[in-house]
Design a binder for this molecule. Structure first.
Ligand SMILES: [Zn+2]
Length: 130
């Protein structure tokens, strides 16, 4: 029988991800763009008007979209949350490997103690993994 590889606990991770909603991947930049009004003083001065631009990648291509003013706060929060979720994802790999090592080490030691009691001899070659 094949021994199943245990998947890591899903619930704590899922709970964190849900608490980090809304999330997105991209970056927000403030730019200044001219408006369409014919005699705008700000545009005449060259100040233009502040606007937010969201850059993201779609199928490897860099894209950007203007963010409506009402969505700026939401998008800012979503960008931050996206980074935190990404950090979480980076932690999963090492955590999986560490857990696997630990469980292997635990199995080894339990097997060794079994064999030593059966044979009656005590082996002193227990490896200690760091
Ligand atoms: Zn203007």
């Amino acid at each position: 029988m094949k021994s199943k590889i245990p998947t890591p606990a899903q619930e704590p991770f899922a709970r964190k991800v849900i608490s980090l909603w809304p999330a997105l991947k991209g970056s927000l930049a403030q730019v200044r763009k001219p408006c369409i009004r014919p005699r705008c003083r700000a545009c005449a001065r060259g100040d233009n008007h502040p606007a937010y631009l969201l850059s993201f990648t779609k199928r490897g291509r860099r894209r950007c979209m203007y963010v409506p003013r009402r969505l700026v706060r939401l998008i800012k929060r979503a960008v931050k949350n996206g980074r935190r979720i990404e950090e979480l994802l980076y932690q999963i790999g090492p955590a999986l490997i560490r857990d696997h090592r630990k469980s292997r080490a635990a199995m080894k030691t339990s097997k060794e103690s079994l064999t030593s009691t059966k044979s009656g001899t005590i082996k002193k070659n227990t490896k200690t993994e760091s």
